[in-house]
Design a protein around this ligand. Structure first.
Ligand code: ZN
Length: 222
């Protein structure tokens, strides 16, 4: 899954408005960010086989440290603990920590919908995946519906940032469509493109949310 993951980020922003949107964006793709790094280090592995699924050629045959169920739970708890530790106490950090933990965990559950059985339930043993990637149009519509559904539900807490959030979601939708049209045939190129996309979207989330962030910081500075 690509942009559908960001539904969890917008849902988190609605559940805990004190959370900066860029942090929510990083949390929802935390698992994939580390996956990209581990692939580049040669620790986790993939092949690209054209036509492997109707949506892409990703044969993700070894990724227990990021997309294994125990690993995903560990990432989620770790993210929640770090958020609790570093978030200012006055902003209700128990709530934001739980929300961030759930956002990180949502990555595995949303991947479960679209991946073919490549998500390890225990290290590199039994694997799960419901395989919506084998249905090109329904998989695309699922990603768009998740993103736009969560965004529209979140607009109420975005105040004057609504236009920028709508523009951001429009760009993300274009990225999703483009990912179906043009896919790299080399794993390293694929991973570098994905990492660049995720990092760029975190930056775009900062742009979309920036005035709200500044307002949150002013009382702390004063
Ligand atoms: Zn993933």
């Amino acid at each position: 899954m690509l942009i559908g993951h960001y539904a969890a980020a917008f849902a988190a922003r609605r559940a805990a408005p004190a959370l900066p949107l860029p942090l929510c964006f990083a949390a929802c793709q935390l698992v994939d960010l580390f996956w990209g790094v581990l692939v580049l280090l040669g620790i986790e592995k993939l092949r690209i086989i054209p036509g492997f699924t109707a949506s892409n050629g990703l044969d993700l045959y070894f990724m227990p440290y990021t997309h294994g169920l125990p690993a995903a739970l560990t990432w989620s708890v770790g993210a929640a603990v770090l958020t609790w530790y570093f978030f200012p106490a006055r902003t209700g950090r128990a709530r934001v920590a739980v929300v961030i933990g759930l956002v990180v965990a949502s990555h595995w559950l949303l991947d479960l919908l679209v991946h073919v059985p490549d998500l390890p339930l225990w290290f590199d043993g039994e694997k799960a995946g419901l395989g919506w990637w084998n249905y090109r149009v329904p998989a695309l519509l699922l990603e768009l519906a998740l993103l736009w559904g969560a965004l529209l539900a979140c607009l109420g807490v975005m105040a004057e940032k609504r236009i920028r959030c709508l523009l951001l979601a429009g760009a993300m939708s274009a990225i999703q469509v483009m990912s179906l049209v043009a896919q790299p045939d080399q794993p390293v190129t694929m991973v570098m493109e994905l990492l660049a996309t995720h990092v760029a979207l975190i930056g775009a989330a900062y742009w979309a949310d920036r005035r709200a962030s500044q307002r949150r910081m002013m009382p702390l500075a004063g």
